[in-house]
Write a protein that binds this ligand. Structure first.
Ligand code: SF4
Length: 337
């Protein structure tokens, strides 16, 4: 019998029971699923570049880029193409197989979208998978991104529907689901996850993962962030999250969405090596590797190199969704001291 099932009808009771089984049983189950789907001891390495910093008109309580919060982050113009290409080359040299772009917009204007499309094409030409997060999309914008060869569109649900309105009043949860629908309908892969530690309950965390898993298709990437408490945001004094609860959530994501890349993203800098290792045991198989994550410091790049070597984890090659002259290559994780 297969170690896993692909389902889109998970009930809260089922997910709760999985989450609350004895810790060793939970991690054993999620690791078995991970090994049934993915190459053991392989890890996806992604790098994120913030191409439009600050000045965001939304009020997300965790975010350092919102105009509503006094975080000292300045509103900057869109990065230029040459800068993005150079950063993507650096990321590839440092072992990345996926290059992600983020812009602090409610949604892109068509003019800005055209500029981003040029960036996507240039990154693809380097043999990297591409992912971008630009906010809300219209269907024709999703289609234009698909035609440009974009592999993934990131749009996190962030938390449960119930908790969402407590941490973002200018955005709606249903709008987020609609954008994910447009991305799927355009034929792109979905990257969608959330942030844990924003004052949500355990029920909210389980519901977030159920909502993701019960989409018509599972997101192909599921970033699980731990809140980085940014000074000047409404969540700056939020209590740190319990480590084992975080690992349980990672394991549940792996069980509910067996084929998704489950990514340790924001908050990894504040995790010990042991904590990250537990998350990998629970089925996380992707990291963001690079100096910064949006406006916060990421985990130290040379420490990443040491950790992956200690664990015997090998970065996996890019898997491009459209034809490319560079569709398969092995990338060493080279990290500058
Ligand atoms: S999370 Fe995104 S949408 Fe929300 S304030 Fe930050 S940049 Fe804007």
């Amino acid at each position: 019998m297969s170690a896993y099932v692909i389902r889109h009808d998970w009930s809260y009771e089922e997910a709760y029971a999985l989450y609350h089984q004895p810790f060793m049983d939970l991690v054993w189950q999620s690791q078995q699923i991970h090994r049934a789907v993915f190459t053991p001891n392989s890890i996806q390495v992604c790098t994120l570049q913030n191409i439009k910093v600050g000045g965001c008109p939304e009020d997300c309580h965790w975010c350092g880029q919102s105009i509503y919060h006094s975080t000292g982050v300045e509103n900057e113009p869109l990065a230029d193409l040459d800068e993005v290409i150079q950063s993507a080359k650096d990321a590839k040299a440092n072992g990345a197989s996926r290059y992600c772009l983020a812009a602090s917009w409610r949604g892109p204007t068509d003019r800005n979208l055209n500029k981003v499309i040029e960036m996507v094409k240039a990154i693809k030409a380097l043999g990297l998978e591409t992912c971008i997060t630009l906010g809300k999309l219209r269907p024709e914008q999703a289609q234009a991104l698909k035609e440009a060869g974009l592999d993934y569109y990131n749009h996190n649900l962030e938390t449960s529907e119930n908790h969402f309105k407590k941490v973002s009043t200018t955005r709606s949860f249903s709008d987020r689901l609609t954008t994910l629908q447009y991305v799927r309908e355009a034929g792109m892969k979905v990257c969608s996850g959330g942030i844990l530690g924003m004052g949500e309950t355990e029920k909210d965390r389980i519901e977030l993962l159920i909502t993701l898993a019960n989409q018509p298709e599972h997101p192909q990437s599921v970033p699980i962030n731990q809140l980085v408490r940014i000074e000047g945001t409404p969540l700056e004094n939020e209590a740190p999250m319990d480590d084992l609860s975080f690992v349980r959530a990672v394991a549940l994501a792996r069980i509910l969405m067996p084929k998704a890349y489950v990514r340790l993203s924001g908050g990894r800098r504040q995790m010990s090596k042991t904590m990250q290792t537990l998350c990998f045991m629970a089925g996380a198989n992707s990291i963001h590797h690079g100096p910064k994550l949006l406006v916060t410091q990421n985990a130290d790049m040379s420490e990443d190199k040491v950790l992956l070597q200690e664990l015997g984890l090998t970065p996996e090659p890019a898997q491009l969704s459209t034809a490319s002259s560079c569709s398969s290559h092995t990338i060493p994780l080279v990290v500058k001291a």
